[in-house]
Design a protein around this ligand. Structure first.
Ligand SMILES: Nc1nc2c(c(=O)[nH]1)N[C@H]1C(S)=C(S)[C@@H](COP(=O)(O)OP(=O)(O)OC[C@H]3O[C@@H](n4cnc5c(=O)[nH]c(N)nc54)[C@H](O)[C@@H]3O)O[C@H]1N2
Ligand SMILES: Nc1nc2c(c(=O)[nH]1)N[C@H]1C(S)=C(S)[C@@H](COP(=O)(O)OP(=O)(O)OC[C@H]3O[C@@H](n4cnc5c(=O)[nH]c(N)nc54)[C@H](O)[C@@H]3O)O[C@H]1N2
Ligand code: SF4
Ligand SMILES: [Mo]
Length: 898
């Protein structure tokens, strides 16, 4: 791969890199514009996406500005030189260790770090500082899958690869909103359906876009997956659908596991009763699974983020082992990883219960790693897992914490408590790229500016064990540094210069690969021996490659376990006798519902990146809660109202979305909003986080909750060119707009207060205004020399003015004609809007698509031809299909009611 810039090239050659969002790990071609930005396109040569990108990947170019970046080291808000900051970290750690021992120091890392960064953090903590308390946000993400793999396979091995999704005849998606969270894999699944008639089953308590697209949707009761897959195991056994040869030769423990499954779900009827499904649904699913050889069961957070997550995953793996459907084309259990480098973190040993390179804590393994690192302070056992770790901070047991690449003040369960616990620390270090995260602003910190995507260099591993390069294509901004470099500097100051003396990321990678093959001899799945001697030039040019890749192998191996060969002592897999499912906490009269949390299509976690993109911010602009119509009726709520959702741990005020897709008794709210971008929408504060007994992964999907109306007098929006603080007492959510920033708000204020506010915000400006205080309506636009500065609209709460039309006026800096000024505040502009955004790539709204359908576009392609919606990344195709169906249904009903 040699990217020569032709002498007369009109623009720079693209740089091959990898998307920094989800675990699909799509290849990206980034073309820098020479002004700090870049355009991006899918890399046609990358085997994860073959040129496609989803809405988030396509909008990466909109997230590169330096507006909100940390660009210099800071101590308690004061800008300092690197030396001073690094000395402060080293000194803080040294003091803490001297007074309280090395295990009073902790690291909280992230699946968004590069493998090289992760490796250095792990080595520093576990080998040199000598603290076992290193955990990562992956604890909240896929640690239950890791634990299930280890129980079943003896190692944390993902047996399959993406081609299995192309080659399966049945895809069972359990607790995965694939259409929104792994969109490019979902496109591959839909292609498989097109090509070979693959059936898709979605299992989820709520009807998602994935469920809408599936051939069979099973709306199970939360937390009951173990019963469903126990019932399936029994069904397979009773219908002669087992693979006795595979069970006998390659597994152990089948009988007790089946026996337990019979206690949990002996029949179709009992399975239906345990899961809330109908017997017909259960029977259809069981028959499909039994009669289809090529089955992939793909799992995500509906499985992992549960107090019974490890059992859920093992109940699923049991069914694949029992039928021998593993490690062959189109077959196997498949854990879809969330973050871009969740897998890299597992490889280096970033979790508190792993040591390094897929090794644990047997005396031999500890000794091996000690010798390889020449480590003076090697740890000998597991450290505390995330939930316990933050509790230990609260208790004063952990005194120094280094947070890197994650925002726990938002994303940990019981986030208010976690945030408060940070006050107890003596030394608090945050390596970040964004200046204003809740974790940075929680208290005085040593803030270290890290290189961001596009600036940093290294590798990530995707869900199918494929290692890809992230390459720098932008200049280093300010004084930002690579995370691995920062840690190596601190290591030097702690007296470990020799062991942390790498000159570049390639050197770190070589050491990581060398450890993976050190005294391995086929005893460990993770072996990168073939890359241990990679040169700097080869590393720079490296194409994506799967592991294992041993020194002797001619080619990497894409699947595991078709012929057994598990990483247990007897090389046999283990069936697991799972526990009867029971949710961690019961509902009560005070908390009669259950709060499920998760993601939306166009936002990423705590909004520090997707929040910068106007396109991505338009799909869902405010924090919301989905509720079933029956529950909404009981609570006296209608669509669009604001409601207070409460649990035993916290409360949030969210916009109500009434949908029959919600399960009665359940609420769903996205995890994305933080203190930095909403007044009252921090959903992480509400989640209980009861931990899975095996993996320590917290439950984030079923917290007992209540909901009640939160009445406000007025609703409205405020759009300003420059960021302004929201007035005290308002409920608000902030979103990026083209050329502006906007607040959608609710308030007890009326027209007079709104008018006073505009004068406060824009002193000396001229105003176009419309006020009707009696009716509680007010609109105003502020100008300086005919240049638009800001717009405010306020109306009685029931009217909820929308900004779709007004925001268009900020796209240019041009001076506005008097007629445009009048239109801006007339309120007429509203009805000319295109409605809520559906297609993020071409900014096409709901109303436009509806109009296209009414105008005769009767299929996805026709809609695309009429208004371009759905013609780029395709992430919105499920939503377009849904609109087509609802318009069709409305059309059919029309004559009857006419
Ligand atoms: N757009 C977008 N994509 C992302 C991310 C993002 O922030 N935004 N984050 C990435 C990351 S880190 C991750 S981990 C993945 C997560 O990807 P997903 O796991 O697909 O996403 P979630 O929305 O967290 O949860 C998935 C579903 O689990 C369901 N569920 C809840 N309880 C149960 C249950 O008891 N049983 C079953 N069967 N289902 C249940 C929920 O209703 C939800 O629809 O997404 C990755 N991709
Ligand atoms: N209620 C609820 N909570 C959840 C979940 C849920 O479904 N529901 N899901 C959980 C899951 S699966 C996950 S993965 C977590 C995600 O939660 P977090 O990891 O807390 O979320 P992010 O917003 O991705 O945080 C990443 C941070 O790293 C910064 N950053 C980006 N690039 C770099 C870099 O190169 N170096 C450094 N040092 N920093 C960088 C970003 O600015 C950002 O602040 O949330 C978990 N929490
Ligand atoms: S599916 Fe989308 S978010 Fe995930 S890696 Fe690909 S482009 Fe990025
Ligand atoms: Mo995740």
């Amino acid at each position: 791969m040699n990217l020569h810039v032709p002498a007369l090239a009109p623009e720079a050659a693209p740089v091959r890199t990898t998307c920094p969002y989800c675990g699909v790990g799509c290849g990206v071609l980034a073309r820098p514009d020479g002004q700090g930005g870049a355009s991006v396109a899918g890399d046609p040569q990358h085997p994860a996406n073959f040129g496609r990108l989803c809405s988030k990947g396509s909008a990466l170019g909109e997230t590169l500005s330096l507006d909100d970046r940390v660009l210099h080291p800071e101590i308690a808000g004061r800008r300092v030189a690197w030396d001073e900051a690094l000395d402060a970290v080293a000194e803080g750690f040294r003091r803490t260790i001297a007074a309280h021992g090395p295990d009073s120091v902790a690291f909280y890392l992230s699946g968004q770090l590069l493998t090289e960064d992760y490796y250095v953090a792990n080595k520093l903590a576990k080998g040199f500082i000598g603290t076992p308390h290193v955990d990562t946000n992956s604890r909240l993400c896929m640690s239950s899958s890791v634990a299930a793999h280890r129980r079943a396979f003896g190692s944390d091995t993902v047996p399959g690869c993406y081609e299995d999704l192309d080659e399966a005849d049945l895809l069972v998606l359990v607790g995965s909103n694939t259409a929104w969270c792994h969109p490019i894999l979902f496109r591959r699944m839909l292609d498989a359906r097109e090509k070979r008639g693959t059936k898709i089953v979605a299992i989820d308590p709520r009807q998602t876009q994935t469920g809408e697209e599936a051939d069979l949707f099973l709306g199970i009761r939360p937390g009951t997956d173990t019963a469903l897959f126990s019932g399936l195991l029994v069904h397979l056994a009773d219908h002669g659908a087992l693979d006795p040869r595979y069970i006998a030769e390659h597994t152990a423990g089948f009988e007790p596991a089946l026996e337990r499954a019979r206690q949990i779900a002996p029949s179709i009827a009992s399975t239906a009763a345990a899961t809330g499904l109908t017997e017909a649904e259960v029977e259809t699913f069981f028959t499909l699974f039994r009669t289809t050889q090529r089955v992939v069961t793909a799992t995500s957070q509906g499985v992992n983020q549960s107090a019974q997550g490890t059992d859920k995953a093992n109940a699923i793996i049991n069914c694949h082992l029992a039928t021998g459907r593993i490690g062959q084309p189109g077959m196997g259990p498949f854990s879809l990883t969330g973050q871009p480098n969740a897998m890299g973190g597992r490889e280096v040993g970033g979790l508190a219960n792993m040591l390094a390179a897929h090794m644990h804590f047997t005396p031999e393994e500890v000794d091996l790693v000690r010798r390889f690192w020449n480590a003076p302070n090697i740890i000998t056992g597991e450290g505390m897992k995330a939930v316990a770790l933050f509790e230990a901070i609260e208790r004063g047991k952990i005194k120094a914490l280094w947070v890197m690449g994650t925002n726990p003040a938002v994303s940990m369960p019981r986030a208010d408590r976690v945030r408060a616990a940070l006050q107890k620390l003596d030394t608090y270090v945050v390596s970040e790229v964004a200046a204003d995260t809740d974790t940075v602003r929680a208290r005085n910190a040593i803030v270290l500016p890290a290189l961001a995507w596009g600036e940093k260099d290294g590798t990530v591993t995707n869900s199918e064990r494929r290692i890809s390069r992230q390459r720098a294509f932008l200049a280093t901004p300010g004084e930002a540094k690579a995370d691995w470099w920062i840690m190596a500097q601190v290591a030097k100051r702690l007296g470990h210069a020799k062991a942390f003396a790498w000159g570049n990321a390639a050197a770190v990678f070589r050491e990581h690969a060398a450890l993976s093959e050190f005294e391995n001899r086929g005893t460990r799945d993770f072996d990168l021996g073939g890359l241990a001697d990679i040169t700097d030039a080869a590393y720079d040019a490296a194409a994506p490659v799967q592991w294992p890749l041993t020194r002797k192998a001619k080619a990497p191996q894409s699947r595991f376990f078709a012929q057994g060969g598990f990483f247990t002592r007897d090389r046999k897999a283990r069936f697991v006798a799972v526990q009867k499912p029971a949710l961690a906490q019961g509902t009560s009269d005070a908390l009669p519902l259950r709060l499920n949390t998760g993601r939306v299509r166009d936002h990423w976690h705590t909004l520090t990146r997707t929040g910068k993109s106007p396109r991505l911010s338009a799909h869902r602009a405010v924090p919301f809660v989905e509720i079933h119509p029956d529950d909404a009726g009981v609570a006296g709520l209608t669509d669009g109202d604001l409601a207070r959702v409460r649990t035993a741990h916290g409360a949030a005020v969210l916009e109500v979305m009434v949908t029959p897709g919600a399960q009665a008794g359940m609420l769903f709210a996205p995890m994305h909003w933080s203190e930095a971008n909403t007044s009252d929408g921090r959903v992480g504060a509400l989640a209980q986080g009861a931990v899975d007994p095996v993996s320590g992964q917290p439950e984030l999907k079923a917290t007992p909750a209540s909901i009640a109306p939160e009445p406000y007098r007025s609703r409205g929006y405020l759009i300003t060119r420059d960021m302004v603080a929201a007035p005290y007492g308002w409920w608000w959510a902030r979103a990026s707009l083209e050329g502006a920033t906007g607040l959608i708000f609710a308030s007890q204020d009326g027209a007079p207060e709104a008018s006073a506010l505009m004068r406060d915000l824009f002193p000396g400006a001229t105003f176009s205004e419309y006020a009707d205080p009696a009716r509680g309506r007010y609109r105003a636009a502020a100008f300086r020399d005919a240049r638009l500065l800001g717009v405010l609209a306020l109306a009685p709460a029931s009217e909820r003015p929308t900004w779709d039309a007004a925001k268009a006026f900020f796209r240019t800096q041009e001076l506005l004609e008097p007629s445009a000024r009048r239109a801006l505040i007339s309120g007429r502009a509203e009805s000319a809007g295109t409605g809520p955004l559906v297609c993020a790539c071409h900014t096409v709204g709901l109303d436009t698509i509806r109009a296209a359908i009414k105008g005769g576009a009767h299929g996805v392609e026709a809609v695309g031809a009429a208004c371009k919606a759905g013609t780029n990344c395709g992430s919105c195709i499920p939503e377009i299909r849904k609109l087509l169906a609802s318009e069709r249904a409305a059309g059919e009903l029309a004559p009857a009611s006419a």
